[in-house]
Write a protein that binds this ligand. Structure first.
Ligand SMILES: Nc1ncnc2c1ncn2[C@@H]1O[C@H](COP(=O)(O)OP(=O)(O)OP(=O)(O)O)[C@@H](O)[C@H]1O
Length: 822
């Protein structure tokens, strides 16, 4: 072994010397030996370096040491290789330096021997390598076994943990079982206790049972004795009952006998009943026959009656036809009557009864009856002994329920005749608060539904003029004046109306201004209903209004809205002019009832005076007097054309139905009755041919000028008599007082050719209006206290002096008497 190791080392060293590959191999082996943990040896440097000699010596020494120690088997491969190398190097060095050329053959042989040693060494090394690889594999196997063991250990750990858990579960189950056992023990103890109690109870029950048994026995004995007693009693009772049974059997026999006799009687009665039923059936049959005959006779009678009814129906139809004819005839009569009136020129009187206002006594109405044909019955309901109702007849009566539209419908033809050149005058007359303003204008401000005659009339005129646009040319102008304290005032003279209607427009209507009743008042053109509404609002705002005890917003003046319509026929060139006066008179009132004092009293006196003058004129007209006193008041002067001319005049007589106003209402109605009798003569249209109207226009213009001159002279005369005129105001407003046109100068016809002349006249008039401004209060000064009481009553009294009385009572009735005699 020693030798083999020595030989191998030598062989290895030789091999390494022969082939560098062998060296490399041995170096790689040495590195692998490093890895196996062999002692690290200093790596030899190149065998040809300067240190190599020294190292060769070292290795040779080491190799000899190794060989000497005979420990080659246990030396590592690297060491062996190193040793071999060193030996080789040493031998080479030796050979290079010391051995001469001659000894080369020996050296080669030696070298061969060394190579063989090296081969041996190499095979040893391979064998060692093989051993190492086997060992490595073994080690891997061991590692694998170790890992398997580890796994097994883990498995065992897991099994141990599972077993531990199982053990815990078992412990838990054991504890639960223990608890259960405890519980059971407890239950057993309870059951034992219960058992004891029950045993005790059973004992007790047994005792009770014993006692019960004893008592039952006792009771049984008692019951037996009772039963015996009862049995005895029952036996006795049975005996008694048997006796009773025998008795009842006997009685049954008796009853049977009795019932037999009774049934015999019933049978007899039944036969009698059946007899009577058959008799009654007979009677019923007789009755049926009789009813049939009665029915027949009824049917006959019905037929007869229906024949009679149809006969009556026919007669009724005839009557209805007759009635219809009668109504037609009546309407025809009415129409004829109207025509006659138109021909005669009677003033039409329409009576309107105001509805009760809130706060008035609804039951105490003075109106007894309103007929279809204008009949009206009034009576005083407050009198103890009722008078015979006083009857009146007018052209038309509008009851309290009549609407504004219904009222207008009846006067529409009247108003439309203005477009054909007629002059129409509509005035409302009546006591304060009787509804004059409501009828003429409506409430303030009015809704379209409540429009009074003024608005509806103008609206209607516009509508018609629009519909006749291509055929006729219409110009419409409006004047609004009021007569306040006997002064005529222009209601459209203030700034607002002037601004809205500049003077230039006014010239277009110059042709209308001739022959005006109030030529000084502004006449403003209107082209639409909205113009009219605006103007009216201005006018009404300027009107004198004040509160009295009888009406919270009483008109203190007579208002006159005049609508002038000039119509030119576009085909023929003929022209006509119509005018419509819409007059809302101030309310007639008794000074005592209105409780007026101071200014109000003065206003009332003037109102009553002018109404009295109106009465005078009506009276004169009804009497067909030669002289009619138009000039007694501004009102009559203004109405002169309508009352005395060829105008169509209509008066609304307004009545307050309240019993408190009975006397005033009665005198109003009497006055209206008189008015309805006034004949004015047939109304005439102003329609004329063009030439004629031109001439008439010129004449009218001249007459107008003369009349104005007369007026001026008269005014100057008056001014001279009364001294300087003093300015006055009313309700804090300043309005122009203006003069009225004398009636004689009114021509009633105009033509456009006259416009140039009248233009100058108008400008003059306009300046005169400004001169006379604020002079309206003069009239009041001339009135004496006595003359200021010249109310409607006094007017009636005046009539009374001319006509004999009819025996009515004093005071209130005095008025009635006077009016009756008018
Ligand atoms: N037909 C009517 N329907 C409803 N209310 C009416 C009617 N007539 C009058 N009235 C109401 O009665 C009140 C008095 O009416 P209005 O002022 O018209 O009387 P008047 O006769 O003009 O009075 P005055 O002469 O004092 O001015 C008003 O409140 C008015 O609205």
């Amino acid at each position: 072994m020693k030798r083999l190791a020595k030989g191998e080392a030598e062989e290895g060293a030789t091999k390494a010397m022969d082939s560098p590959k062998g060296l490399a191999q041995s170096s790689s082996e040495s590195s692998s030996q490093h890895e196996l943990g062999s002692p690290v040896m200093p790596e030899p440097s190149s065998p040809f370096g300067h240190k190599s000699g020294y190292r060769s010596h070292l290795y040779a020494a080491k190799a000899s040491d190794l060989m000497k120690s005979n420990n080659l088997d246990s030396s590592p491969t690297q060491t062996l290789l190193n040793v071999a190398n060193s030996v080789l190097n040493e031998s080479i060095e030796r050979k290079n330096g010391e051995i001469p050329q001659i000894q080369n053959i020996k050296m080669v042989e030696k070298k061969k021997a060394e190579e063989q040693d090296l081969v041996k060494l190499t095979s040893e090394i391979e064998a060692k390598n093989h051993t190492i690889s086997v060992l490595t594999k073994e080690k891997e196997d061991k590692d694998h076994i170790i890992s398997l063991l580890k796994k097994e250990k883990e498995l065992q750990d897991h099994i141990i943990s599972v077993l531990k858990k199982e053990k815990e579960d078992k412990d838990h189950i054991i504890s639960v079982l223990k608890k259960e056992k405890e519980d059971k023990d407890h239950m057993v103890s309870i059951a034992a206790k219960d058992k004891e109690e029950k045993e005790h109870l059973i004992l007790k029950l047994k005792q009770e049972f014993e006692s019960m048994k004893n008592s039952c026995m006792k009771q049984c004995q008692e019951s037996e004795s009772d039963a015996k007693e009862t049995k005895l009693q029952l036996d006795n009772r049975i005996k008694e009952l048997e006796i009773l049974l025998a008795d009842s059997r006997r009685k049954i026999e008796e009853l049977e006998l009795y019932s037999k006799s009774k049934s015999q009687t019933w049978n007899e009665k039944e036969s009698t009943f059946l007899n009577s039923i058959s008799f009654q059936q007979q009677v019923v049959q007789d009755l049926r026959v009789a009813s049939k005959s009665i029915k027949q006779s009824i049917i006959n009678t019905q037929l007869k009656w229906s024949d009679e009814v149809t006969g009556i129906g026919k007669q009724l139809k005839v009557l209805v036809n007759a009635a219809e004819n009668y109504h037609a005839v009546l309407a025809e009569n009415k129409k004829l009557f109207n025509e006659v009136q138109e021909l005669k020129g009677n003033i039409r009187v329409y009576c309107r009864i105001r509805p009760f206002l809130p706060g008035e006594n609804l039951k105490a109405t003075i109106v007894d009856y309103i007929g279809d044909n204008g009949e009206l019955l009034v009576a005083n309901p407050s009198k103890q002994v009722k008078d015979k109702p006083r009857s009146f007849k007018f052209n038309k009566i509008f009851g309290p329920a009549a609407s504004q539209a219904q009222v207008y419908l009846d006067i529409q033809p009247f108003i439309r005749s203005v477009l054909d050149g007629f002059n129409v005058c509509i005035f409302a007359y009546g006591q304060t608060g009787s509804g004059k303003t409501y009828t003429m204008s409506g409430p303030n401000p009015p809704s379209e539904e409540e429009w009074g005659v003024n608005y509806r009339a103008l609206n209607d005129l516009f509508n018609i003029s629009q519909s006749r646009k291509g055929v006729n040319l219409y110009e419409v102008g409006v004047q609004m004046v009021e007569i306040y304290n006997e002064q005529v005032r222009d209601l459209l003279s203030n700034e607002a109306s002037q601004k809205r209607y500049p003077f230039m427009h006014f010239f277009l209507f110059a042709s209308l201004s001739n022959g005006l009743a109030v030529p000084d008042a502004n006449m403003l053109p209107v082209k639409s209903t909205s113009d009219v509404l605006e103007l009216m609002q201005i006018g009404f705002a300027n009107r004198a209004v004040g509160a009295t005890a009888l009406n919270s917003r009483s008109s203190r003046s007579h208002s006159v809205v005049t609508v002038h319509v000039r119509n030119e026929d576009l085909k023929t060139g003929s022209a006509s002019q119509g005018s419509l006066h819409l007059i809302d008179l101030a309310g007639s009132e008794r000074a005592d009832r209105s409780e007026a004092t101071g200014d109000r009293l003065k206003e009332a006196q003037h109102i009553n005076k002018s109404l009295s003058a109106l009465g005078d004129v009506i009276f004169a007209l009804s009497q067909k007097s030669a002289h009619v006193p138009y000039r007694n008041s501004k009102l009559t002067q203004l109405l002169q054309r309508s009352l005395g001319g060829q105008a169509k005049t209509l008066m609304f007589v307004q009545v307050n139905p309240d019993v408190l106003s009975f006397s005033e209402s009665l005198s109003t109605l009497k006055f209206a009755e008189r008015v309805s009798g006034v004949e004015l003569g047939a109304a005439k249209s102003s329609k004329e041919g063009k030439d004629v109207s031109d001439l008439i226009e010129q004449v009218a213009s001249l007459k107008d000028t003369i009349a104005r001159k007369d007026d001026e002279i008269e005014q100057l005369q008056q001014a001279k008599d009364t001294g300087n005129q003093s300015p006055g105001t009313s309700n804090g407003r300043k309005l122009g007082s203006i003069t009225l046109q004398h009636s004689s100068s009114f021509p009633g016809k105009l033509s456009s050719s006259g416009s140039q002349k009248s233009l100058g006249g108008m400008v003059k008039r306009a300046s005169r209006v400004s001169l006379d401004t604020d002079s309206y209060s003069e009239c009041g000064e001339g009135l004496s206290e006595s003359s200021s009481h010249n109310s409607l009553d006094e007017l009636n009294q005046q009539f009374d002096t001319d006509f004999s009385g009819n025996g009515e009572a004093e005071s209130d009735e005095k008025i009635d008497t006077a009016t009756d005699k008018m």
